[in-house]
Design a protein around this ligand. Structure first.
Ligand code: PEP
Length: 252
């Protein structure tokens, strides 16, 4: 059975100028340049992608973006095309982050279009799913996530399904300092993998990586990473600082 390589991804959100991004990535390169049994990924704002790509040349740290449009090109003011991200040096793209769903009208339908467009341009999508606090309290977490997975990830090939990265991010845990307990996260991760197996077969489901996101910090990362279905982290706040992101990637 395929062994899944752990992935620690930093989502920088709307933080860092080009100069600040360059400083951060220089520090990470110094600390993490030689990693091989795990993968580190940084997702800066669009304006810093080119500068960070240049700095990451000849390093083991990967580059990703935080969003994109599904169309190839056209009159879509303010949007970024998949080919532009690939051209800027991105390997990954985050899709359907809860902040995009909440503030920018992202739906399972747009997530599905973007996921397919990412694969069409050799970008690996990191597709985010997660329930709100109200949904968890109503005991409909698995129903909500099931719907997001079924609709957002429909129509992939088995090969694409195996390469996909899914991020389970309970909305109530993002940027709040509240983390799902390792057991709570594992329960949802296992359910996602089962559902994914029913859609694309066990082999693809065993190969796909499922990240946990929501207030992951250096002091809780190792316990989360010990769960059998947690294959990495999607990290906001703690990815903005050289020391804390280094510690996250160096989880034991
Ligand atoms: C995120 O941005 O996806 C996230 C999980 O943020 P934080 O780590 O700050 O909770």
């Amino acid at each position: 059975m395929a062994k899944r390589k752990p992935l620690i991804a930093g989502n920088w959100k709307m933080y860092k100028t080009v100069a600040e991004a360059s400083d951060l990535v220089k520090g990470l390169k110094k600390n993490l340049g030689g990693i091989s049994d795990r993968e580190a990924l940084v997702c800066p704002p669009f304006t810093s992608l080119a500068a960070v790509a240049q700095l990451l040349k000849d390093s083991n740290i990967s580059l990703g973006a935080q969003n994109m449009h599904w169309e190839e090109k056209g009159a879509f003011t303010g949007e970024i095309a998949p080919a532009m991200l690939a051209d800027a040096g991105c390997k990954y793209v985050i899709i359907g982050h809860s902040e995009r769903r909440q503030y920018f009208g992202e739906t399972d339908e747009t997530v599905n279009k973007k996921t397919k467009a990412a694969f069409a341009h050799s970008l690996t999508p990191i597709v985010c799913v997660g329930e709100t606090l109200a949904e968890r309290e109503k005991n409909i977490t698995l129903e909500i996530i099931g719907r997001q997975i079924k609709n957002g990830l429909a129509g992939l090939t088995d090969k694409q399904a195996a390469e996909l990265v899914i991020a389970y991010e309970p909305v109530w845990a993002i940027g709040t300092g509240k983390t799902a307990s390792p057991a709570q996260a594992q329960e949802v991760h296992a359910a996602i993998r089962n559902l994914f197996a029913s859609m694309y077969g066990n082999e693809a489901a065993q190969a796909a990586r499922i990240l946990y996101g929501g207030s992951v910090k250096p002091d809780n990362v190792s316990e989360l990473m010990r769960q059998p279905d947690i294959d990495g982290g999607l990290v906001g706040g703690a990815s903005l600082d050289v020391d804390s992101f280094t510690k996250l990637v160096q989880f034991s």
